[in-house]
Design a protein around this ligand. Structure first.
Ligand SMILES: Nc1ncnc2c1ncn2[C@@H]1O[C@H](COP(=O)(O)OP(=O)(O)OP(=O)(O)O)[C@@H](O)[C@H]1O
Ligand SMILES: N[C@@H](CCO)C(=O)O
Length: 352
């Protein structure tokens, strides 16, 4: 019998102005406990068995050909000529990352799947190649990169030549077909290979004094829907507004002590948050009424990923920030939960 665990952190993307560029790993985890038992008379070959506990357990598919994590693992295996899961594969997923809240649940599921495929196939892929596979599934790099390598991370996608662009642009349904039970033998056996070196990243510094307060509304907002409200084009004024702030933010969050006035302004955004406020009632009031002068300890406040979670970076005063945000959301009929989180390390595979 062979067993191992895979532990992947939650992530908050954007941090205000860094839309599709920066991500921060947070101390909520998706943990997979995996066992593979060689078939024998006592345990004849059977298909994968998946169980879940924690967040999303009542809605996630337990069919290995429909579950996001195992579909990604099968994609990685099939790209290496391994067509099926090993017999007698058992996976228990314990999940602390709420679905569809802007805390990187899908990015964590994708990274868990890439690492699962890498382990099951004994592929020993380097980190850059693991990222290529993740980027064929989740096509913005901010969440998956931070979930894989951990910390406060900036990333870009390399400009690909035409053939590689086409390979990386195939529809997700071709990368991850939902293998129907009655599909022919060759369904999905030759999936598109990721081009080499799609994503590149750097880890920024982070002041140990800064923690992340996640204020989590009790409703889901899919990333696809929250991307659907964004415009195709932006004014030069708005782009420069974001670039100026992002350049300052990436260093300001590493300084000791952190400067609240500098960071609060540097976490403002004009590229995604103004458009998403229609989907998240209360968002503009929370980000403009809760400031470092009204709430000592606060450094900056923004939408976490595609929302609806609000991310407040702070050195203290967490309860006052969270309860005042709760009161604002309540006037819009929205209940919230809140958690103070640490900045987490990257994904870890532990073999027992
Ligand atoms: N642990 C998991 N196992 C399987 N599927 C998952 C898991 N976590 C998330 N998913 C899938 O991803 C969907 C949520 O993805 P979505 O991109 O909309 O939100 P998010 O990743 O939580 O938010 P954001 O990208 O803004 O941080 C879930 O509805 C579910 O289908
Ligand atoms: N950068 C992404 C993160 C969510 O996955 C967005 O804001 O849409």
């Amino acid at each position: 019998m062979r067993s191992f665990t895979i532990r992947v952190p939650a992530t908050s993307a954007n941090i205000g102005p860094g839309f599709d560029v920066v991500g921060l790993s947070l101390s909520l985890h998706l943990t997979l406990t995996v066992t593979v038992t060689p078939p024998d008379n006592a345990s004849p070959a059977r298909p994968p068995k998946i169980t879940y506990s924690g967040e999303g357990a009542d809605e996630v598919p337990l069919d290995a050909y429909k579950n996001l994590t195992t579909r990604v693992a099968l994609y990685v295996l099939r790209c290496h000529g391994i067509t099926t899961f090993p017999a007698n594969l058992t996976i228990h997923c314990d999940n602390e990352i709420p679905f569809g809240r802007g805390l990187g649940s899908s990015g964590a599921a994708v990274i868990a799947g890439v690492l699962l495929g890498n382990e099951l196939g004994d592929l020993n892929l380097p980190i850059e190649r693991l990222l290529d596979f993740a980027l064929m599934v989740e096509r913005h790099p901010d969440n998956v990169t931070a979930a894989l390598v951990g910390g406060f991370v900036g990333s870009y996608l390399r400009e690909l030549d035409q053939a590689a662009t086409e390979a990386a642009s195939v529809p997700l349904s071709e990368v991850l077909p939902e293998y129907p039970p009655d599909a022919g033998e060759d369904w999905g056996l030759n999936p598109p290979q990721p081009p080499l070196g799609i994503g590149h990243f750097v880890r920024f510094g982070w002041s140990d004094s800064i923690k992340a307060l996640a204020i989590i509304p009790r409703f889901e907002l899919s990333t696809a829907k929250a991307r659907g409200v964004l415009p195709q084009e932006y004014s030069r004024k708005d782009l420069v507004f974001n670039l100026q702030r992002l350049a300052v933010l990436t260093t300001a969050l590493a300084q000791n002590p952190p400067d609240p006035e500098l960071i609060y302004e540097a976490m403002k955004d004009r590229v995604h948050q103004p458009y998403r406020k229609t989907l998240i009632p209360g968002l503009p009031e929370v980000t403009s009424n809760i400031t470092p002068s009204t709430h000592p300890g606060l450094l900056g406040i923004c939408l976490s990923g595609a929302g609806p979670t609000i991310l407040a970076l702070a050195t203290g005063g967490f309860e006052a920030i969270a309860e005042d945000a709760r009161a604002i959301f309540k006037t819009h009929g929205i209940e919230v939960d809140w958690k103070v989180l640490e900045i987490a390390g990257g994904s870890v595979v532990h073999k027992s």
